[in-house]
Design a protein around this ligand. Structure first.
Ligand code: SAH
Ligand code: SF4
Length: 347
């Protein structure tokens, strides 16, 4: 028997078309998806406002998958790392971060990553595979179910494992479901942030297909250093990337977040800070400074506090919004760049 496919891999339109082809009215699609996303249904059987025939048909074709929870680790600072095992044995990691009045969830778009940035543990193991849109959505849906107050999860960042724009179709499909207000997930586009290392060719598509917040991992102000840190820079150097950012369609009052990882002695000088201020001058930018999060055998170090603060001060005095993102969850290797994935769980 063919394994059933996860209904969460279908957009509302795709499901509506599928139903119509079988003589079922398309308004059934949002009805079904509401059961799944708003009411967290695990089977079609209980969808009482559908006829028995429709429920049986759906059940014969589709499953409503849950991710298999492998382990949850709790950090001293309150953040939680979830490890999920996928049916093919791959493991993906999610980080749930408590903020003052809400949670932010960091989700993954791929198992591993092909782009091999030097400072990133995810990049070390290469790419295993893309996640399906159902798997991307499940990270949110399953963790939401785990919360005492599901509604308090309001912010999503695509900053976990993988390069979201390298898995474009599935990521955008997942974003559409996550931000769909009729289905019960209804995340605000502003509060969903996609972080990319800068796949320039895809930026116009993203700007056309979504209105989520955009974050760019810039990480250096000089092409030589960026080439060395992030091999993707050889394809899309800094000027090309920033030009694409200036063209990116932004709604009024929205800005692009530029992420800048601070590596001791590599990109943390006062000159770098001034150069960064100069580079971003004609871009609607805000800046997130991320002091390097170390991992085993990493060749970099985090700069001293005074250097981090000096870097920020220079940006502030150039009238930028610049925050230092002190990553949570370091004690459980849940901070930015510390997600490894693909190891198999032994116990
Ligand atoms: N591939 C995407 C999204 C995942 S990485 C991207 O590169 O943007 C998310 C963020 O974590 C990026 O800004 C990246 O620069 C940062 N990062 C990676 N490794 C890190 C580390 N060891 N310490 C701190 N930040 C890191
Ligand atoms: Fe991939 Fe992003 Fe890590 Fe670079 S920083 S290797 S693009 S996940």
């Amino acid at each position: 028997m063919m394994p059933k496919s996860d209904i969460k891999d279908m957009s509302q339109d795709q499901l509506a078309a599928w139903l119509e082809k079988r003589g079922i009215a398309s308004y059934r699609a949002p009805q079904i998806l509401k059961w799944i996303y708003l009411r967290q249904a695990d089977e079609f059987e209980g969808m009482t406002d559908l006829s028995k025939e429709i429920r049986t048909l759906l059940d014969s074709q589709f499953s409503i998958n849950r991710l298999e929870k492998n382990r949850v680790e709790k950090s001293r600072d309150g953040s939680k790392k979830y490890l999920f095992r996928l049916p093919d044995g791959n493991v993906i990691e999610n980080v749930l971060i408590p903020e003052r009045d809400h949670y932010t969830l960091c989700i993954s778009s791929q198992v591993g990553c092909a782009l091999g940035c030097r400072f990133c543990l995810t990049g070390r193991g290469g790419l295993s595979r893309n996640l399906t849109s159902g798997e991307i959505i499940s990270q949110v849906r399953d963790i939401q179910k785990d919360l005492d107050e599901p509604k308090s999860l309001t912010n999503i960042v695509l900053m976990g494992m993988g390069e979201p724009l390298a898995n474009y179709e599935n990521v955008v499909k997942a974003i559409h479901t996550l931000t769909d207000t009729t289905l019960g997930l209804g995340f605000s586009n502003r509060k969903v942030t996609l972080s990319t290392s800068g796949l320039v060719d895809r930026l116009p598509d993203l700007g056309r297909d979504t209105t989520v917040s955009l974050a760019i991992s810039l990480n250096a102000t000089d092409n030589k250093i960026r080439d060395w840190l992030m091999p993707i820079n050889k394809k899309y150097p800094i000027e090309t990337l920033l030009e694409a950012c200036r063209r990116y369609p932004l709604k009024p009052h929205r800005r692009i977040t530029f992420e800048y990882i601070l590596l001791k002695g590599v990109n943390d000088s006062a000159k770098d800070a001034r150069q960064l201020a100069k580079l971003l001058r004609s871009t609607r930018a805000k800046i997130n400074l991320i002091p390097f999060n170390p991992f085993e055998n990493s060749e970099f170090q985090r700069p001293d506090e005074s250097v981090i603060n000096r870097f920020q001060q220079i940006l502030l005095s150039n009238n930028y919004t610049a925050i230092i993102r002190r990553s949570k969850g370091q004690d459980i290797s849940a901070a930015c760049g510390q997600l490894k994935g693909h190891h198999r769980q032994a116990h």
